[in-house]
Design a protein around this ligand. Sequence first.
Ligand code: GDP
Length: 191
Amino acid sequence: MSKRDGWRPEPSYPEIAFVGRSNVGKSSLLNKLMKRKAFARVSNTPGRTREIHFFDVNKQFVLADLPGYGYARISKERKAEWRPLIEGYLTDSPKLWGVVQLLDVRHDPTADDMVMLDFLAELGVPTIFAVTKVDKLTKAAVGPRIGALANQLGLDPDQIVPFSATTGQGRDELAAALMELLDTPHWKPDA
Ligand code: GDP
């Protein structure tokens, strides 16, 4: 355990962190990505998980599941606890190789999503965007919707991976993008 509150393991492998609003489909995406059913808990009670969960993948790298943000039913005080936890982790983790930010295909980015996006951009950490639950739209609607989201986020549509935990769409693309990221040198020159 680290000296910092004991909430995380000693960082010995490169880490990829996953961030998104509560209920965005983060647990489902992680389950699909790791091809392990019930590996990460899938929950209908958004916001219950306040800790960061670390999943060790084949002793090669670690996936860090950060608590979902911005759920309306959560009190301001609890939100105030989360922000330092999430931002502290992202700022201070020496082995953080990159971040996957999740967005729900059906919803426009919220203020919380934009705060997170700006925070990551300012930090300079490589970020991959995954748009979840694309099975909820018709195939024909997904492309234009990704284009519209990219526009709102100020991204190139190529930076976004359309994903569905239900159909498995995007699973291999996301895994490949993560492997490529893990293959590149750390983004902080002095790390
Ligand atoms: P989390 O709070 O971000 O971890 O979200 P969960 O993974 O627990 O998912 C929240 C809800 O969305 C659950 O009811 C899931 O079954 C549903 N969900 C997650 N991913 C998908 C998906 O790809 N397609 C569909 N149709 N539903 C999904």
